[in-house]
Design a protein around this ligand. Structure first.
Ligand SMILES: *[C@@H]1O[C@H](CO)[C@@H](O)[C@H](O)[C@H]1NC(C)=O
Ligand SMILES: *[C@@H]1O[C@H](CO)[C@@H](O)[C@H](O)[C@H]1NC(C)=O
Ligand SMILES: *[C@@H]1O[C@H](CO)[C@@H](O)[C@H](O)[C@H]1NC(C)=O
Ligand SMILES: CC(=O)N[C@H]1CO[C@H](CO)[C@@H](O)[C@@H]1O
Length: 530
């Protein structure tokens, strides 16, 4: 008995030792809401492997619960706490997102999003200042000697802290507005003939007019719409670093870009060796449901269930919209589990139950699940892909129309416009994805692609973070494009040089010709005279 115990103790010790031999310190600059849910999975895996993870968190976070005991450390940013303003900002955003953006065209919706992001710039700047200009805070971070920073670049500042601390950093994101960050800061090639620009909601096979739209959107994002107030941040970063620089230049120092999609979702496209596609890393096999919920699910019999969620951001809809949705749901033979915090709609059918919160992954993985009605957030879409569930998309803002466009192109979803839809539209969409077997088949095919990978996405994400820790970066994957100017990158200088050469050659040849012609002419005339 005793020796056995000893053996296990020694094995445990060895394991610990082996694990901790490579142990490092990770500093994290996160983003709130659904982004955090995804990042948290990576951070938990890192702590499990013995790394020390510290998260820089704003006191105004909504779902990053830094007061709960956790294996991670939380360093609260010393910014003036103002809960009410934060709540109001979020409410404003939710209102715009749920009620205003769906009524706008994609362009206008993108402009609205930019307007909102610009509005909160002042607050973001304050938050950033409270870290980088707080000497005791920076000294503390410096003295900890972090090995790597993991950054969500939705909100700026993380890369500035990394640069000041001289720590290599890894990005984690889905994609930026119009791919501008990846394209200009990460140097990711985006051939517009077959790579649809994000927020244009196009697929990879574009007609001529769609390619026109794609190019127009690309120009629109290059020159008009930006995720950040670039001028302000360029100045801020230059001041903080004490040398002229730009936000994009600092962002370009990212060692690895962990992209939250994979080839089940993406259209095949060129990418760089320091871009790793790790979509679906948060997906897990389903766990058993709570008892009450399981009973409800089982009561659906052969018909099965439909899962409905508009994500964590949308809490309530207008009465009219909620009633319209509820009356469509009441007409299907399936039972419906609807995550909804608003007032109970009057037309709610007996087959529909409202929940404040649902274990979405466990429900989607349930064998009785027939369809998923979703707003098209990346996390939810990936859970549906993982479990092979066809979708009805009701996208509202940001990347959601794009995500649904991808699923539509892969034959696993039907889209309904939440702004203009009638009860009948939603009902038809539901009937289509449930009754037409191709949707289920295509969703199952995506699921097989997600499951059949040489290395699981979470392991790849963690591998590259650890790689950066071990080797103090991943410079061998960094394309030399970062050191070129835009005209060198497109070889405009070489083309110009060759054109000048060609022009000179043509000029010289014509000159020579003319000269010899004249000469010949003259000698000819001379001869004639003689
Ligand atoms: C600087 O940060 C420390 C925490 O590291 C905090 O206690 C202090 O109040 C901050 N100073 C200012 C001026 O905000
Ligand atoms: C949602 O609820 C909030 C507060 O309960 C309310 O102010 C808002 O008008 C509601 N939104 C809609 C679209 O009904
Ligand atoms: C599927 O089709 C059958 C008949 O073809 C119909 O009775 C059923 O209601 C349809 N399913 C849904 C979800 O509408
Ligand atoms: C986009 C795509 O692959 N769609 C497929 C969905 O499934 C049907 C039937 O299996 C195929 O014919 C489609 O090509």
């Amino acid at each position: 008995m005793v020796p056995k115990k000893w053996i296990s103790a020694i094995v445990l010790l060895l394991l610990c030792y082996a694990g901790c031999g490579l142990c490092g310190k990770v500093l994290v600059w996160p983003c709130d809401m659904s982004h955090w849910l995804n990042l948290k999975i990576i951070l938990e895996e890192l702590t499990e492997r013995g790394h020390e993870v510290t998260v820089l968190v704003s006191p105004q976070s909504f779902i990053i619960d830094y007061s709960k005991p956790s294996a991670m450390n939380f360093e609260v940013i010393p910014v003036q706490q103002n809960r009410e303003t934060a709540e109001k900002t979020l409410d404003d955003f939710l209102d715009i997102a749920a009620n205003v953006m769906p009524t706008l065209s994609l362009w206008q919706s993108a402009m609205k999003l930019q307007q909102f992001l610009f509005q909160i710039t002042g607050h973001l700047k304050l938050q950033c200042e409270s870290v980088v200009y707080n000497q005791s805070m920076m000294k503390k971070l410096q003295e900890t000697n972090y090995n790597v920073m993991v950054i969500d670049p939705v909100l700026p500042c993380g890369e500035l802290i990394a640069e000041l601390l001289e720590v290599p950093f890894v990005y984690t994101l889905s994609y930026s507005m119009g791919y501008t960050l990846e394209k200009y800061c990460g140097k990711l090639p985006v051939p517009l003939s077959y790579v649809p620009v994000t927020m244009a909601a196009l697929s990879e096979r574009m007609t001529f007019l769609e390619r026109v739209k794609n190019l127009m959107f690309s120009i629109f994002f290059d020159f008009w719409i930006q995720q950040y107030d670039t001028q302000l941040w360029d100045q801020f970063y230059s001041d903080a670093l004490g040398r002229p620089t730009t936000l994009c230049e600092v962002m370009g120092k990212a060692e690895i870009w962990l992209i939250r999609t994979y080839w089940d979702f993406e259209f095949p496209r060129p990418y760089l060796p320091n871009f790793e596609f790790v979509g679906g890393l948060h997906c897990k096999p389903a766990k058993p449901l709570p008892k009450e919920m399981e009973e409800f699910v089982q009561s659906s019999g052969e018909d099965g269930i439909v899962v409905f969620s508009l994500g964590s951001m949308v809490r309530n809809l207008s009465d009219e919209k909620a009633n319209l949705i509820a009356s469509a749901l009441a007409q299907i033979p399936q039972k419906v589990l609807w995550r909804y915090k608003g007032k109970k709609p009057a037309t709610l059918g007996a087959n529909t139950r409202l929940y404040d919160w649902i274990p979405q992954n466990d429900l989607l993985g349930h064998p009785k699940t027939k369809a998923f009605i979703t707003h098209g957030g990346t996390n939810g879409i990936y859970e549906a892909i993982y479990h092979g569930v066809p979708m009805v998309g009701v996208p509202m803002f940001a990347d959601q129309p794009d995500n649904i466009a991808h699923m539509k192109a892969k034959g696993a979803a039907v889209e309904v416009n939440i702004n203009t839809m009638t009860s009948e539209d939603l009902l038809n969409a539901l009937r289509t994805v449930i009754n037409e077997s191709s949707y289920k088949e295509n969703a199952t095919r995506l699921s097989r692609i997600q499951h059949d990978q040489p290395v699981k996405p979470l392991d790849r994400a963690v591998f590259w973070i650890e790689f950066v820790m071990r080797h103090k970066g991943a410079k061998h994957l960094r394309p030399a494009a970062h050191d070129l100017t835009w005209f060198q990158y497109h070889s405009f200088d070489v083309i110009g040089f060759l054109l000048v050469c060609a022009a000179t050659a043509i000029f010289l040849v014509t000159k020579c010709c003319l000269f010899s012609c004249q000469k010949l002419g003259k000698t000819g005339k001379k001869k004639k005279r003689e």
